[in-house]
Design a protein around this ligand. Sequence first.
Ligand code: SF4
Length: 363
Amino acid sequence: MVKSCYVHVPFCSSICAYCDFQRAGYSEVLCDKWLDALEKEIQYKCMPSDLTTMYIGGGTPSCLQLHQLKRLLMMLSAYVSQVEEFTMEMNPESCTDEVCTLVSSFGVNRVSLGVQSFEPRLLKLMNRHHDEMTIKNAVSNLHRSGIYNISVDAMYSLPTQTMSEWISTLEKCVLLGVTHLSMYSLTIEPGSAFARQKMEPLDADTEADMYEKAISFLEENGFKQYEISSFCKPGYESKHNTAYWHYDDFIGLGLGASGKENHVRYDHPFGFQNYLNDPTQIDIIELSKEDEMFEMVMMGLRLKQGMSLSLFKERFHCDLDDVYHDVLDNCVSKGWLMIEKDKVKATERGFEILNTVLEQFLI
Ligand code: SF4
């Protein structure tokens, strides 16, 4: 049974230089039309009422006007009565007192805040419109509304970023008193402003160095790494994202969202007009058993604790070793993977070269 739902809000108040997600500059009229379409999609979908995680992402959900945000939350309210973790993404500048109070009153109990950096010059380069004070105010507003489970996103390997700027951003994130941190290295996406400006991320060695230093710094400061790019205070792992890493099914609602249910992955055809004309129209990809086995391994090995062997067997009616015997043997003998009780997991070395390890499973 599907227990998680992702809702994509495809609007942002401005467009970040590194972004090529499905999103548009916020417009009140377009947003109203999008809400009408989303309402139709939800009605058509026959949503379960026993979801355990709900995630509103984007885009920037907090850039909607208050009455529009309220309408969105009301549409979802019938499906969140059993939700344990209800996350919404926000940008610091739109994380106002009013927005925090509103979302908290509808049961949002976790916020993912797009901090990215504390450095004014890097924020400017990324076309982000907040500063240190905005970030601190956002966190205070969240705390005042009763939301203490706060995740921050931070980016590294930004053009010209220095190691001391990166560590300083992490220090400031820790001092905010947040419970979770996700860090991402810059990739230059073809449709982004950075690609048009011919920007380059830092070289691979510096990037790897930044990653390593971040791990030690965060662990020294009480954040344990539980996934390749996720860190948390004890007990604050993201339940919604963990469902992805366990390769559970999830519902995807809204233009720009993908879902996976009953061996099918789906998303909406590209473009606003298509979605507004018919929000129930989806493109589907049927997943073969081989696709699903590979994807489960690929997702599960991202977790520090690894992938459950018994869950694999329960889903596919065969042992992991029956399917990937030679690969497992090879990766274990190279010291990249280990098998411990019910788990197959990456060793420290395997985690450092996870992409190479995962490539071995592409048989
Ligand atoms: S990175 Fe996020 S906030 Fe920035 S433009 Fe893309 S979707 Fe919007």
